[in-house]
Design a binder for this molecule. Sequence first.
Ligand SMILES: NC(=O)c1ccc[n+]([C@@H]2O[C@H](COP(=O)([O-])OP(=O)(O)OC[C@H]3O[C@@H](n4cnc5c(N)ncnc54)[C@H](OP(=O)(O)O)[C@@H]3O)[C@@H](O)[C@H]2O)c1
Length: 328
Amino acid sequence: MLSRMQTYTLPQTDLKISRLAYGCMKLGGEGDGAPLTALDRARARRIIECALERGINFFDHADVYGRGKAETAFGEALRELGVAREKIIIQTKCGIRLADTPAPGAPTRFDFSYEYLMDAAQASLKRLQTEYLDLLLLHRPDALAQPEEVARAFDALHQRGMVRYFGVSNHTAAQIQLWRKFVAQPLVVNQVELNLLRADLIDDGLFFNTAPRAYTGAADTLDYCRVNAILIQAWASVAGGALINPAPNADARTRAVAALIADIAHARNTTREALALAWLLRHPAPIQPILGTTNLEHLAACCRADDITLTREEWYLLLQTARGAPVP
Ligand SMILES: NC(=O)c1ccc[n+]([C@@H]2O[C@H](COP(=O)([O-])OP(=O)(O)OC[C@H]3O[C@@H](n4cnc5c(N)ncnc54)[C@H](OP(=O)(O)O)[C@@H]3O)[C@@H](O)[C@H]2O)c1
């Protein structure tokens, strides 16, 4: 294992985490109900091995990825690769129930009921072939959630040794505040969509009081998380590749920011992937980008983000280009 990536302690925990995390959403193939294939398994094993070799020790899952197949492929690969459980950090998410489950006609919905959270965590443990999750996140806010039930589920999962730490995903500051009023365990992560093209959390503080950008809907979430030592994780950290190779019909600001990324990457002798991710890493919150590529070369290119630090000027130039306007 190369293990050369920088690490830091995840606040409020004893977990030493790599600066970049690997997101396992695409492991295990499509969520079409078809069983895992030998090819799915081989691909999953290769990309996990590559991530480990690059020093990534943090793996993000959700029970719904591939309808459970991503967790299954990961659990099998870890066993085959002989990775010691304590060497890696496994995070999964729950609370989304897919359409037509358990019965045809059911809509996609969120479910933070005690029974559902307990069942979902148990099922993830089984698929991942592990006795504990380092982190369990509530995937997306459930409008019908009863905080007391979430608290009861977290207590049970923690006391039974099934989950070490808890967090949330796609939550606003106020939503986190509500859980914190009821839940005994600290909330240590908020995982949100965050990249140069979609940076509500950052824009919220920067463009406050500068109509028409005054309201982003992020409602102080970034600062709230910082004040409360809740790590921000960025999903879609390279905007699904749009920051690297924008589609031919991409809008002007996407093309402009991708071109600037390419220019700066060239000047800094690094990759475009690294440059796009370095923009997130430069933020002092800090922000942990989650990498979603399943391509070994792309993964290697992304990991070079750990080697560069953007200047203040580069950071703001990228922001300005992505916004299509200077900061006020
Ligand atoms: N909490 C949530 O609600 C939520 C939602 C979505 C995702 N996530 C998590 O975040 C992780 C990352 O999300 P994401 O997949 O949307 O993020 P991403 O890393 O921005 O996008 C990855 C996608 O971009 C493509 N891509 C094209 N060119 C690329 C390049 N040069 N470098 C890297 N990727 C390139 C990849 O294809 P190739 O494989 O061909 O490189 C892949 O399909 C997921 O795996 C999951 O763990 C969380």
